[in-house]
Design a protein around this ligand. Structure first.
Ligand SMILES: [Zn+2]
Ligand SMILES: [Zn+2]
Length: 141
């Protein structure tokens, strides 16, 4: 992981372990407490939050956060405890590791029975010829 001393100095002073960073929900009214997010390769590569409250959009399936911001009430205790234990982030409510619902082969993270792998997804999309055909049908000359 690339280090970025200035960006993480304050977070380390607060005791947040390396590999995790805080994010403050862009909510209305504004969130007061930050949740922690497990990082990928880079300090801006925010992954899954360390508790379910870190998902704050689309029925708690995605998030919109100010990265690196710490709320007035500090860091969520659940997130902090899990980060200190070195755990992975959590999936949104209802998400599981499930086989692709089309080919049944690749395992992916999705709602039970709703997952579709990349190759099945692409196979379902019309190709260039079909798109041209559809456009012609929609706009007959
Ligand atoms: Zn949390
Ligand atoms: Zn598939």
């Amino acid at each position: 992981m690339k280090s970025h001393p200035l960006a993480v100095e304050k977070e380390q002073i607060l005791g947040i372990p390396v590999g995790y960073r805080p994010g403050l929900g862009r909510d209305c009214p504004p969130a007061k407490r930050s949740h922690l997010y497990k990082l990928g390769e880079d300090i801006m590569d925010f992954g899954d939050p360390m508790c379910r409250y870190g998902w704050n959009r689309d029925g708690r399936e995605s998030y919109s956060i100010w990265r690196g911001n710490i709320g007035r009430l500090g860091i969520c205790k659940i997130c902090m405890r899990r980060a200190l234990a070195g755990l992975d982030g959590v999936l949104p409510e209802g998400y599981v590791e499930t086989p692709c619902s089309k080919c049944g082969q690749l395992t992916l993270l999705a709602k039970e029975g709703e997952g579709i792998c990349d190759s099945c997804f692409c196979a379902e999309r019309p190709n260039a010829e079909e798109i041209a055909q559809l456009l012609q049908e929609a706009n007959p000359v």
